[in-house]
Design a protein. Structure first.
Length: 413
C-alpha cells in the first residue's frame, strides 16, 4: 500500500520574551491540531526555533543573531512572539528593524468581534475590520534631530539658507525637535494595491483610504491621490471610487452620479472612498460596522489599528502580520508586548498569536485549517471560557490559564 505523501511547510519561529514562550507553545499546539484535523496528516507544519530579543541578548550578546535574520530571509513565512525592545541602546526597535530589513511593507491588522467578548461599543455585533498600514515609510524611517544638538543646528542652517520663508515659520527654531515624514508614490501604491487585492479576494464591499491630507497635502494628501490613481487604473474594472462619483456629479449631476454608483455596486464592484483620519476615529466610535478594509499611512495606522482592536476585545485578541505581497515574505506575530510581569504565571492570553496563526494558514492557502482555528476560538468564547485579562471584564465566565485556554480551543474544534 502506497504511503500517504505529507506536505510540510517549514516555519521558523521566534518564541519571544516575557510571556512569549508560553503563548507560542499554546498557539503551536492549536495550529498543529487544526492542521492534523483538517488534512488527516497529509499536511504538517515543521517548526524551527530561532532566538531574538532580550532572551537572545542574554544568551548570545546579540539582540538579533545573524542566524535568526538569515532564517527569516531564507523562508517565506515565519512566526514570532512578542519581543522586548532594548532601552537606552541597541536596536531602536527590533520589530521596526525586521519590517524594514525584510521590506515587509504591509502591517496587516484585524479587529473582529467574537460574541461574548467585552467591548466599549454598545452594539459590537458585526465589527470586522481589516487594516492595511504602510510599514516602511513615514515615522518608521526614523529621521529625527533632537533640539539643541549639532545635527539639528546643521539641518536648521541648511534649511534656513535653502528655504528662508519656511524657516521663518518655525517657532523658536533653536528649541525645535525636527522629524521628517517621507511618503512615496511607490510605497503608497504598493500598499493600496495589496489592500485592494485582499478586499476583492475576500469579497469585501468597501475600502477606505484614511489620511490627513486636508493638512499635510503633499504626504497624506498624496497618499490619497496615489491610492485613487491606482484603483482607477489597475483595478478600474473591479472598483468604483468616490473621486469618480464626484467627477460624474460635477459633469452630469448628482442623479447621474448616484445612478452610476448604484450600478457599480450592483455589479459587485468594490467601493473605494477616503476619510480624514480624525473622522475615521469618530466613525469607529459611532458606527464601526461601516468599515470593511482601511488602507492608511504608518502613523495613522498605528493609532487606528489599536482603536479598532479596543472595540473587539483589545490587542490581546487582535492578530497581526507583516507582509511583502510582491516577494511572498511574511512574519505573523502577536499584536502586543512581552508583558514580562506576567511571564511564568501561565495566565497570558494566547488569542492574538493563535489568530495570527489563522492568518498564516490562510496566507499558505490552508483555509480549511484556518476555518477550524476561528471555529475553536468562537466556540470557546461563546462557552464563556476566557483568560484572566478578559475574565476581569466579563461577569460569570470561567477563567482559564494559557495552556488550558489552548486546550479548550482544541476541544471545541
Amino acid at each position: 500500500m502506497e504511503a500517504t505523501q505529507v506536505s510540510k511547510v517549514t516555519i521558523p519561529f521566534i518564541p519571544g520574551d516575557g510571556i512569549g514562550p508560553e503563548i507560542m507553545a499554546a498557539a503551536q499546539k492549536v495550529l498543529d491540531h487544526t492542521v492534523q484535523t483538517a488534512y488527516c496528516g497529509s499536511k504538517r507544519l515543521n517548526w524551527l526555533e530561532f532566538p531574538a530579543g532580550k532572551s537572545a541578548f542574554e544568551a548570545t550578546g546579540e539582540w538579533l543573531p545573524v542566524e535568526t535574520l538569515a532564517a527569516l530571509k531564507g523562508h517565506k513565512v515565519s512566526f514570532k512572539g512578542p519581543l522586548t525592545t532594548p532601552v537606552g541602546g541597541g536596536i531602536r526597535s527590533l520589530n521596526v528593524f525586521l519590517r524594514q530589513e525584510l521590506d515587509l511593507y504591509v502591517c496587516l491588522r484585524q479587529a473582529r468581534w467574537f460574541k461574548g467578548l467585552p467591548s466599549p461599543h454598545r452594539n459590537p455585533q458585526g465589527i470586522d475590520i481589516t487594516i492595511f498600514r504602510e510599514n516602511t515609510e513615514d515615522i518608521y524611517i526614523g529621521i529625527e534631530y533632537q533640539a539643541g544638538t549639532p545635527e539639528q543646528r546643521r539641518w536648521l542652517e541648511s534649511f534656513k539658507q535653502s528655504q528662508p520663508d519656511d524657516y521663518a515659520k518655525l517657532p523658536n527654531p533653536e528649541e525645535c525637535g525636527i522629524g521628517i515624514k517621507p511618503v512615496s508614490k511607490r510605497g503608497s501604491q504598493r500598499l493600496v494595491k495589496a489592500a485592494l487585492q485582499w478586499a476583492l479576494d475576500n469579497h469585501k464591499q468597501r475600502l477606505t483610504l484614511a489620511h490627513k491630507g486636508n493638512i499635510m497635502k503633499f504626504t497624506e494628501g498624496a497618499f490619497r491621490t496615489w491610492g485613487y490613481e491606482l484603483a482607477e487604473s489597475e483595478f478600474k474594472e473591479k472598483t468604483f471610487t468616490r473621486r469618480q462619483f464626484q467627477e460624474i456629479g460635477t459633469s452630469q449631476g448628482q442623479d447621474a452620479a448616484k445612478a452610476a454608483q448604484q450600478q457599480a455596486l450592483s455589479d459587485c464592484k468594490l467601493w473605494v472612498d477616503d476619510v480624514i483620519a480624525d473622522v475615521v476615529f469618530e466613525q469607529l466610535i459611532t458606527t464601526p460596522q461601516q468599515f470593511d478594509v482601511i488602507a492608511t499611512t504608518n502613523l495613522n495606522g498605528d493609532y487606528i489599528s489599536d482603536a479598532a482592536a479596543s472595540l473587539a476585545g483589545g490587542v490581546g485578541i487582535s492578530p497581526g502580520a507583516n507582509i511583502n505581497y510582491e516577494t511572498g515574505t511574511a512574519v505573523f506575530e502577536a499584536n502586543h508586548g512581552s508583558a514580562e510581569e506576567l511571564a511564568g504565571k501561565g495566565v497570558a492570553n494566547p488569542s492574538s498569536l493563535i489568530l495570527s496563526g489563522e492568518m498564516m494558514l490562510r496566507f499558505l492557502g490552508w483555509h480549511e485549517a484556518a476555518d477550524l482555528v476561528r471555529q475553536g476560538i468562537t466556540e470557546t468564547i461563546r462557552a464563556r471560557k476566557v483568560t484572566f485579562d478578559l475574565a476581569r471584564q466579563i461577569e460569570g465566565v470561567q477563567a482559564l490559564g494559557t495552556q488550558e485556554f489552548a486546550q479548550a480551543v482544541i476541544d471545541y474544534i
